[in-house]
Design a protein around this ligand. Structure first.
Ligand code: FMN
Length: 381
């Protein structure tokens, strides 16, 4: 409903996720059909130190942060945010962490020309966010939250013709949640995303959607688009939520996209094909090795043979080689990981050996039950 550039209405989107939401994950999510992609939260204090550079080799815009020069890395800087405008134009929402309107405006002006929308994180319950008054702490300081949003809308969003949005959690009661929503809707934001869990709820707990009809009605009256977040796992669920709440309602996915960034497709890739595609983007866009390794360790099943190879790898080149050897069905050098590692092979395990794309695409939950041994991030934002 925003008339400023990107429109969030009814969209199916990749959630902001620290470490996970870097360029390769975003590109894979877009390829699979995500309409919009959020970058990972970056705080205002860091953004104001960014040095913008145009990377001609990669055709990316890089925002660098200074760090000490080392023998291993004499550049003295590290890429804190990278965007490939040819792929992300019109689809990239940058998420900022802030508790200070002046700093928020200053930081927003540094990145606004290279992004399509700016989102404020008012939902993260982690200590590093709330102790500084950011993230979910803003839910308890609505005056401050609304001042930040109003100033960003007036001083950055309007002059630059870019939408400002906010992501919140529900509060303990319907009344307090709706009161906060009322206030936010008056700030001029273009979109409201609600993570349907309270600040104290863990991601494994079912979201509470009881207040949604009331929030949605308020958003429609204010001509502000609305995105549901929390516990959504598939394209079908996105369609079901639209059936239930209206076709103008969007859905945002985090954890299920961390596990498989192609979850936006009606038929997601098999985990191995998704991992290979991810690795290709990581190589193409020179993603930081530690980040590539981390993301793969979150998406490759712990039981798969290749998982051990990934966790033991020591360089970009090594990871690229491992991923080259991985078949799209999870096999390495012709042996399926399912066969090797799973005593209780799934009934469809035999089919997996055929290295058949169609079968890959038909497995909508390829990671089910296979990542138990990896510590899942539970209560992040
Ligand atoms: C690994 C990870 C990192 C996250 N980082 C952020 C973040 O930077 N900003 C934010 O607003 N939420 C963050 N979240 C929360 C998600 O955006 C989302 O609100 C939450 O996981 C609920 O959605 P889900 O049930 O689809 O996972 C993160 C979640 C995960 C799993």
């Amino acid at each position: 409903m925003s008339n400023m550039g990107v429109n969030y209405t009814g969209k199916f989107v990749l959630a902001p996720m620290v470490r996970i939401g870097e360029l390769p994950t975003r590109l894979l999510a877009l390829k699979a059909g995500a309409d919009l992609v959020w970058g990972p939260e970056i705080i205002d204090r860091k953004i104001i130190t960014f040095q913008r550079t145009e990377n001609e080799k990669l055709r990316t815009i890089d925002f660098l942060t200074a760090k000490g020069k080392t023998k291993k890395d004499p550049s003295g800087s590290t890429v804190s945010f990278r965007t490939h405008r040819p792929s992300e134009q019109g689809k990239l929402i940058f998420q900022m962490g802030t508790a200070n309107p002046d700093l928020a405006v200053k930081a927003a002006n540094i990145i606004i020309d290279d992004i399509d929308g700016l989102d404020i994180n008012a939902g993260c319950p982690k200590h590093f966010s709330v102790h500084a008054g950011m993230g979910a702490a803003l839910l308890k300081t609505p005056d401050l939250l609304c001042e930040i949003l109003t100033r960003l809308v007036n001083e950055v969003g309007k002059p630059k013709n870019k939408p400002i949005s906010v992501k919140i959690r529900i509060l303990e009661s319907k009344e307090s949640t709706l009161e906060l929503v009322d206030r936010i809707l008056k700030t001029g934001v273009a979109n409201l995303t609600v993570h349907c869990r309270t600040r104290d709820m863990r991601n494994r707990e079912s979201p509470i959607r009881d207040y949604l009809p009331f929030i949605i009605e308020k958003c429609r009256n204010a001509k502000v688009s609305f995105i549901i977040n929390g516990g959504i796992k598939s394209h079908q669920e996105y369609l079901d939520l639209q059936k239930e709440y209206g076709s103008d309602i969007g859905s945002m996915i985090a954890e299920a996209a961390e596990t498989n960034p192609t979850v936006f497709s009606p038929i997601p890739y098999h985990w191995a094909k998704a991992a290979k595609e991810f690795a290709k983007y990581a190589t193409e866009f020179d993603n930081h090795y530690a980040n590539t390794k981390y993301c793969l360790s979150r998406s490759v099943p712990g039981k798969a043979k290749v998982y051990q190879h990934i966790t033991k790898s020591k360089s970009k080149e090594e990871i690229a080689q491992i991923m080259d050897k991985l078949g799209e069905d999870g096999s390495i050098e012709g042996i399926t990981s399912e066969k090797l590692n799973s005593a209780k092979a799934k009934p469809n395990g035999a089919e997996a050996k055929t290295n058949n794309n169609k079968r890959d695409l038909e497995d909508p939950q390829p990671n089910n039950g296979t990542i138990a041994k990896k510590a899942k991030v539970d209560q992040v934002a």
